[in-house]
Design a binder for this molecule. Structure first.
Ligand code: HEC
Length: 95
């Protein structure tokens, strides 16, 4: 019985850890990092009518794809920060 409770606790915490929260990144840091992205476009792409991204996972994907063009590239952690910044100031997808 004790073992059962333990397994449940492990499963529950794994589920919590894998929930895609925008809070995973630091939006303040992302805002600074984002200056490096402004060479090609401004923030007008992130708002209607231009914005195409509609979900948090699509936003993460777009940032990761554009990161391939960056030199030096951002780390996973910095991508989280960028996503958190874009969501806080423009997309508002994580609630
Ligand atoms: C080489 C030029 C270039 C660089 C560098 C670049 N972007 Fe972009 N980005 C674009 C273009 C062009 C589009 C528009 C593509 C389209 O309309 O389908 C775009 C689209 C996007 C979108 C999707 C907007 C939407 O909702 O439709 C996001 C998000 C984005 N960029 C974020 C970033 C971030 C974050 C960085 C820095 C890591 C970055 N970009 C660097 C050229 C660039």
């Amino acid at each position: 019985m004790k073992r059962c409770i333990l397994l449940f606790a492990v499963a529950a915490s794994t589920m919590l850890a894998s929930t895609p929260l925008s809070a995973a990144g630091d939006p303040g840091k992302g805002e600074q990092l984002h200056r490096a992205c402004l060479g090609c476009h401004g923030t007008e792409l992130y708002v209607p009518p231009r914005a195409k991204v509609k979900t948090l996972s699509a936003l993460r994907k777009a940032v990761a794809e554009w990161n391939d063009r960056m030199n030096p590239k951002f780390t996973k952690r910095e991508i989280d920060d960028l996503v958190a910044y874009l969501d806080r100031d423009f997309y508002h997808l994580a609630r």
